[in-house]
Ligand binder design. Structure first.
Ligand code: SAM
Length: 301
C-alpha cells in the first residue's frame, strides 16, 4: 500500500492556521519560510515544490510546533535576512529587524558623498548594519563595536561568512564609555579598516542600540533576544545619551550619524543630540507609516 501524499500546499495551509491561532504576526509567511527551510529551496520555488517525504513532514510539524511556542522564526531556521545579507543568529544575539533597513537605506545614501568611507557601527549585534553597509558599498571600511561577548562571537562569524573580513573589523567595547571604546578602536587601527594612525576618524556612524523603555509590553519573541540588547532604562535613553559623546569623538567634522530609537523617544533623542553642542542638522526621520524611526545629525565643523 502506498503512503498518502503529503502536499506542500496542504501543509502550509495547516501550519498557517496553527500559527494564526497562537497570535503569530505573519503566520502565512512564517509557514512558508519554515517549508523552504525543510525543503532547502528558495521561496520562489514553493509553488512548484514536490510532495513532502515522511521525514520532511515530521521535521516541518516539529518546527511549526516550536514556532507555536513563539520561538523566533529566525532561531528555527538559523538566519535572519537583512538588506542584501543573510546573517547567522541564535541564542545570545539580537535578531535584526526589517525596520532597521530604513536606517540602512539612509546610511548608504549618505555615503555617496564620500569616495572611500570609514564607517563605525555602534551596538553592532550580529553585524546587521555594518555588514550590510560593507556589502552595499564595496569601497567602505567598517568597524563594528559590540559589548556582549556572546553577540561578538556571532558578529565575527557573520563578518567571515558574508565575505567582508578584508574591510570589516569587530571590536568588543562598551559604547557608553567613550574613552575605552576609542582606545579599543585605536588598538585595531593600523591592522585594517579605519586606520589613519591612531583612533579611527569616521565619515559615518550608524547605530541601532538598545532603546526600549523598561516595562514596555513586547511580543513574546522579544524574550529570545538578550535583555540588554532591547531595553535601556526607564526612559529608553541609558545607552543613547552617553553614546552621543562617543559619536562626537569618532566623526570627522562634517561626518554624519544615524541612530535608531523607540517610537516614543524621538523627541528625547533629538534633544539629547542637540544638547551635546557637537552636531548640526539634527533631524528626525519617520517610516512610510509615519512612525518616528531614527535621528540623524552632522558633526559640527
Ligand atoms: C537592538 S540590538 C541591535 C543589534 C544590531 N545593531 C541590529 O540592528 O540588529 C542592540 C545591541 O547593542 C548591544 N549593546 C547593548 N549595550 C551596549 C553597550 N553599552 N555597548 C556596546 N554594545 C551594547 C547589545 O548587545 C545588542 O547587540
Amino acid at each position: 500500500m502506498t503512503a498518502p501524499r503529503v502536499r506542500v500546499s496542504d501543509e502550509i495551509a495547516w501550519a498557517t492556521s496553527q500559527l494564526a491561532e497562537v497570535g503569530v504576526a505573519s503566520p502565512r509567511a512564517d509557514a512558508e519560510w519554515l517549508m523552504c527551510y525543510v525543503l532547502r529551496i528558495d521561496r520562489g520555488r514553493l509553488l512548484i515544490a514536490d510532495d513532502l517525504s515522511d521525514d520532511q513532514a515530521w521535521s516541518y510539524r516539529d518546527l511549526v510546533a516550536r514556532r507555536r511556542t513563539r520561538v523566533p522564526l529566525q532561531h528555527l531556521i538559523g538566519t535572519a535576512a537583512f538588506g542584501p545579507v543573510d546573517l547567522a543568529v541564535g541564542p545570545g544575539v539580537f535578531v535584526p529587524r526589517p525596520e532597521t533597513e530604513w536606517l540602512l537605506e539612509w546610511a548608504v545614501a549618505a555615503l555617496t558623498e564620500v569616495a572611500h568611507p570609514v564607517v563605525v557601527d555602534l551596538c553592532s549585534g550580529s553585524g546587521a548594519l555594518g555588514i550590510a553597509v560593507a556589502t552595499l558599498v564595496p569601497t567602505a571600511r567598517v568597524l563594528a563595536v559590540e559589548k556582549s561577548a556572546d553577540s561578538w562571537q556571532w558578529l565575527n562569524r557573520n563578518i567571515t561568512a558574508c565575505d567582508v573580513a578584508s574591510r570589516c573589523r569587530a571590536v568588543c567595547a562598551d559604547v557608553t564609555d567613550a574613552g575605552a571604546t576609542v582606545a579599543a578602536l585605536a588598538a585595531v587601527a593600523g591592522s585594517g579598516p579605519g586606520s589613519r594612525g591612531a583612533a579611527p576618524v569616521a565619515d559615518l556612524v550608524v547605530s541601532n542600540p538598545p532603546y526600549v523603555p523598561e516595562g514596555t509590553g513586547v511580543a513574546p519573541e522579544v524574550g529570545a533576544d538578550p535583555h540588554a540588547a532591547v531595553f535601556a532604562g526607564d526612559d529608553g535613553m541609558s545607552v543613547i545619551t552617553p553614546m552621543l559623546a562617543l559619536v562626537g569623538r569618532l566623526l570627522r567634522p562634517g561626518g554624519r550619524a544615524g541612530i535608531e530609537h523607540d517610537e516614543s523617544t524621538s523627541a528625547r533623542v533629538l534633544a539629547a543630540a542637540a544638547a551635546t553642542g557637537l552636531f548640526t542638522e539634527v533631524a528626525g526621520h519617520d517610516d512610510l507609516t509615519g512612525r518616528p524611526r531614527f535621528v540623524t545629525m552632522r558633526r559640527s565643523r
